[in-house]
Design a protein around this ligand. Structure first.
Ligand code: TRP
Length: 333
C-alpha cells in the first residue's frame, strides 16, 4: 500500500483560535484529515517563550484542544497531540538541528525581529530558538505538508534548509516540508487595520455567543455608508470581506450596489452578519460541548495522539543519533 503523505501543523496556546484561524488554518486541517496522515498539535512549548501565566496554561491548552475537536478535527481521521507530551523528543531534535544552523539566519527572520520589538524586555534564548523548535516539530515526523498561514513561510524555509544541510552532513533522510496554502487565506481585523490577530483585539472566537459577536461587530469601525465607488480597503472593505465569507459573494455585491444608491445602513448589516457568523459557529459549539462534557474521551484522544507521534519520533531520533555517532548502533535506513 502506498504510504499516505504526512501532514503536521501546530497552534500555539497563547490565545484561543479566532474565526480568522478557523477559516484559515483549521479549515485547511479539516480538508487534509480526509486525505493524509495528519498530526495536529497544540504547540505549548512555543507558548512559554513569551510572558504567560503558568496558572492558566493547562486550561488554555485544553481550550485549544476543544476548539480543534469542535471545529471538526476527527480523532478517527487524524492524531491530536499536545507537544509537551513529547518535549524530550522535540527538544532533542531541535538541539541537533540548532548545532548545524547559522545564528545569523535566525537573526534575520522577520518574525524574530517582530517578537524582539514586541517584548523588548524578554529577548531570551527561547525566542531565538523558536524557529529551530518549529523545524524540529515538523522534521521529527517527516511531514511533507504544513497547513499554515503565509506569515510562517520563512520558518518553513528554515526547516527546509535545516533538513537539506543535516542530510548532506550526516546522510539522514529528513523530508523537506512544503506549506499547504489554505483557501480562507487572511481574514481582516475587525478593529481597524491589518489582519485579524490574537494580540490586536476585535476578534471573534469559536465559542462566542450571538450577543458577543454582536458586541464585537458593533465596535467595528465603518464609514458614511455611501459614495460613488465602494472602497477597496478600509473599514467598509473589511466588513464586506466578512459578508463575503459568511453570507456569500452575491450578498456582498448587493451591499456594494447599495453603497452607490441610497447607502448601506451598517446597523442592519452588522445584525445580519452577526446571525450569519453565529450560524457557522453553532455546530462547532455543539460538537465542542460534547467533548466538554466528556473529558475522559479527550484524555483518550490525546493519549492515542501522543503514542502515535512517539512511535514516529523515536524512529527519527534513533536514526539521527546513529548517523551523528551519538549511539553505538547506526540504524540501517
Ligand atoms: N509558528 C506557528 C505559529 O505562528 C506555530 C507552530 C509551531 C507551528 N510549530 C509548528 C506550525 C509546526 C506548524 C508546524 O502559530
Amino acid at each position: 500500500m502506498e504510504q499516505k503523505k504526512r501532514v503536521f501543523s501546530g497552534v500555539r496556546a497563547n490565545a484561543r483560535p479566532h474565526i480568522g484561524n478557523y477559516l484559515g488554518a483549521m479549515k485547511g486541517m479539516l480538508e487534509l484529515q480526509d486525505k493524509y496522515d495528519c498530526i495536529f498539535s497544540v504547540v505549548d512549548l512555543h507558548t512559554v517563550i513569551v510572558p504567560y501565566d503558568p496558572q492558566t496554561l493547562q486550561a488554555q491548552i485544553r481550550e485549544v484542544v476543544l476548539d480543534f475537536l469542535g471545529a471538526g478535527l476527527d480523532p478517527h481521521k487524524c492524531h491530536l497531540l499536545v507537544q509537551s507530551q513529547l518535549a524530550g523528543e522535540h527538544l532533542e531534535l531541535a538541539y541537533y538541528l540548532g548545532c548545524i544552523y547559522p545564528v545569523s539566519r535566525i537573526e534575520d527572520l522577520p518574525t524574530y525581529k517582530e517578537k524582539k520589538a514586541t517584548y523588548p524586555d524578554y529577548i531570551n534564548i527561547g525566542l531565538f530558538y523558536y524557529p529551530v523548535l518549529m523545524a524540529a516539530d515538523i522534521l521529527i515526523y517527516n511531514a511533507e505538508l504544513v497547513p499554515i498561514g503565509i506569515d510562517n513561510e520563512p520558518h518553513l524555509e528554515v526547516a527546509r534548509e535545516m533538513a537539506r544541510k543535516f542530510n548532506a552532513m550526516y546522510g539522514t533522510k529528513l523530508v523537506e516540508p512544503q506549506r499547504y496554502a489554505t483557501p480562507g487565506g487572511s481574514v481582516p481585523s475587525l478593529s481597524g487595520e491589518g489582519k485579524m490577530s490574537k494580540s490586536k483585539g476585535g476578534t471573534i472566537i469559536l465559542t462566542d455567543s450571538l450577543a458577543e459577536i454582536k458586541t464585537v461587530l458593533a465596535k467595528a469601525p465603518t464609514d458614511s455608508g455611501h459614495g460613488e465607488k465602494f472602497p477597496a480597503e478600509g473599514p467598509a472593505a473589511n466588513l464586506m470581506t466578512f459578508v463575503e465569507l459568511f453570507e456569500g459573494h452575491d450578498r456582498a455585491m448587493q451591499y456594494k450596489e447599495q453603497y452607490k444608491n441610497g447607502g448601506i445602513r451598517y446597523g442592519e448589516l452588522k445584525a445580519e452578519l452577526a446571525e450569519a457568523i453565529y450560524k457557522e459557529l453553532r455546530p462547532v459549539q455543539e460538537r465542542r460541548k460534547h467533548y466538554e462534557e466528556h473529558p475522559e474521551e479527550v484524555e483518550d484522544i490525546l493519549k492515542e495522539g501522543a503514542d502515535y507521534a512517539r512511535g514516529i519520533a523515536d524512529k527519527t531520533l534513533k536514526e539521527v543519533r546513529g548517523k551523528m555517532g551519538l549511539s553505538k548502533h547506526e540504524t540501517t535506513n
